[in-house]
Ligand binder design. Structure first.
Ligand code: XMP
Length: 519
């Protein structure tokens, strides 16, 4: 039986920071792909039945002791193989060519001269027969393996790309998967479509159709429970499950009192009223605030919020009859990351039960319909399922919510002030077009008082900090260089409209050494 994942490409990961990106680019070309660690067994590779294999880059040297080797089956399956950077070097060395240690590392933009046209480089050359690419390597190929010809070169890299069209083996020293390579997308499309012969069945409509069918098969007439947070992943799971199984889905939305202004009402309106999904709202503000009273340590606060969530969620779950499945918004990068840290391999991890740490009496089977999807794909699915774009493209919001944005002890009074300040900040970011130019932005409550002057009076009130960052991966970030006029407008509005705030400051710390959240 064929389905949208029958045409599939295997990415073997040799440890490059771009490996996941290759996997995503192949999917963007409309072809299903998965990433396995380079030391996948021959059986696993054969069982995956790829139409083509891409070998990623990696930090090692081909000649290093125990340098990662390409599994033999890659060359024996009879499918096309594309080696990128380290993948090209390892392929060359294993097929009888030579690689030398680069005396200088080449890093950055380069222009390749296309010297022979093969199927990989169709429509890659500009009018000068060149193409702009991104290089990032130390070692390089010094002699091609038998059967290969050079297809492009640069002054410092004579074998920028090469191919053996008979065996359908291809190698590139540059990185077509990064956007700095002008025609990288064309090259990847040439490989997966032109060379491997894959169709383009992998798209949001077909993913939804397939997933709905799979969910119906898995769930049958049983009931499913989902913890809905209003974040992107759980929202898309809710919409997808609703489409698949309708009222056999029950969502529990825990309002912990640490959400943004009107957020609880918005979640209910969106899912319960507009989409007709059964959502139980557990109003647990008092309970969370009571548990947090007197606690100032950030990690302790996180633990308490996590524990209370599980308890409230469990209580609601126990009130429901006959629930067999628990749905979760696990996505593919979570799977890859958790697998890597435990086993060093992305594909051996299997879902285990009750990942959320639920008590033993609540043993559900897991439903994880986003488990093989990247965040971009999840967002596209969300929009296609009718969730408004402003919800899907929102900045991330941490699980502990305002609990880690109120420094020290959390109090309702502080949360109420913070919500108003944060809302003004968001309104102005959206109005000025800066919301989409920042990766994350929020207000932080400082439990210190500062003197201000209003009219003839003195005001002794709280301090609000504004935080806005630019980042792609959230591992490093720089503070957003918001225009002073905008910061001025936001701070003036906050101090004028919230009488309990006498001062606003802007956080100019980058990560590292600071973190994005203040706690
Ligand atoms: P930091 O503060 O570590 O934040 O630079 C990086 C990203 O992680 C988010 N974050 C959290 N998300 N639970 C979450 O769900 C947490 O406890 C938590 N702490 C930080 C943060 O908002 C940022 O996007």
């Amino acid at each position: 039986m064929t389905n949208i994942t029958t045409d599939r490409i295997l990415i073997l990961d040799f440890g490059s920071q771009y490996s996941q990106l290759i996997t995503r680019r192949v999917r963007e070309a409309g072809v299903y792909s998965e990433m396995y660690a380079y030391d996948a067994s021959d059986e696993e590779i054969r069982a995956f039945a790829p139409k083509g294999i891409i070998l990623s880059g990696g930090p090692e040297s081909v000649y290093a002791d125990n340098g990662p080797k390409i599994p033999q089956s890659v060359f024996e399956l009879g499918v096309p193989v594309l080696g990128i950077c380290y993948g090209f070097q390892a392929m060359t060395a294993q097929l009888g060519g030579e690689v030398v240690a680069g005396t200088v590392k080449e890093f950055g933009h380069a222009k390749i001269d296309i010297v022979a046209q093969d199927r990989l480089l169709v429509d890659v050359a500009d009018t000068q027969n060149q193409s702009q690419v991104w290089m990032s390597h130390g070692d390089k190929v010094s002699r091609l393996a038998d059967g290969f010809i050079t297809t492009s070169s640069t002054p410092s890299c004579p074998f920028a790309s090469a191919s053996d069209e008979d065996r359908r083996f291809y190698g590139v020293q540059f990185h077509p998967e990064v956007t700095h390579s002008d025609k990288g997308e064309v090259l990847i499309s040439n490989f997966v479509h032109g060379i491997c012969g894959c169709g383009n069945a992998w798209n949001k409509e077909s993913i939804i159709e397939l997933r709905v069918k799979q969910l119906r098969e898995q769930i049958g007439d049983n009931q499913v429970l989902l913890g809905l947070s209003g974040g992107v992943d759980s929202s898309v799971v809710a919409a997808l499950l609703h489409r698949a199984i309708g009222d056999k889905l029950t969502c529990v939305f825990v309002d912990n009192g640490l959400l943004r202004l009107n957020e609880g009402d918005q979640v209910m309106q969106m899912f319960a009223e507009n989409m007709g999904i059964r959502v139980i709202r557990a109003d647990a503000e008092n309970r969370f605030l009571t548990a947090l009273a007197g606690v100032t340590d950030p990690e302790q606060k996180r633990k308490i919020i996590g524990r209370e969530f599980i308890e409230v969620f469990s209580e609601e779950a126990r009130k429901l009859d006959g629930v067999k499945f628990l749905a979760q918004g696990t996505i593919y990068p979570d799977v890859i990351e958790s697998a890597k840290s435990k086993h060093g391999k992305a594909h051996v991890i299997k879902s285990h039960h009750n990942v959320g740490g639920l008590p033993d009496d609540l043993a559900f089977e897991l439903v994880e319909p986003l488990r093989d999807l990247f965040k971009d794909e999840v967002r596209q699915l969300g929009v296609a399922l009718g969730i408004p774009a402003h919800m899907i493209y929102r900045h991330p919001f941490p699980g502990p919510g305002l609990g880690v944005r109120i420094l020290g002890e959390v109090k309702k009074e502080y949360a109420d002030i913070l919500r108003l300040a944060d809302d003004i900040f968001m309104q102005e970011l959206r109005a000025s077009g800066w919301y989409d130019k920042t990766a994350q932005a929020f207000a932080v409550f400082q439990p210190v008082k500062s003197v201000g002057v209003v009219g003839d009076g003195r005001r002794y009130a709280w301090v609000i900090a504004l935080r806005a960052v630019e980042t792609v991966d959230f591992m490093t970030a720089r503070f957003a260089h918001l225009p002073y006029e905008l910061v001025d407008k936001i701070s003036t509005r906050i101090m004028n409209e919230i009488t309990d705030v006498s001062r606003v400051v802007y956080d100019v710390s980058s990560k590292p050494p600071a973190t994005i959240e203040w706690e």
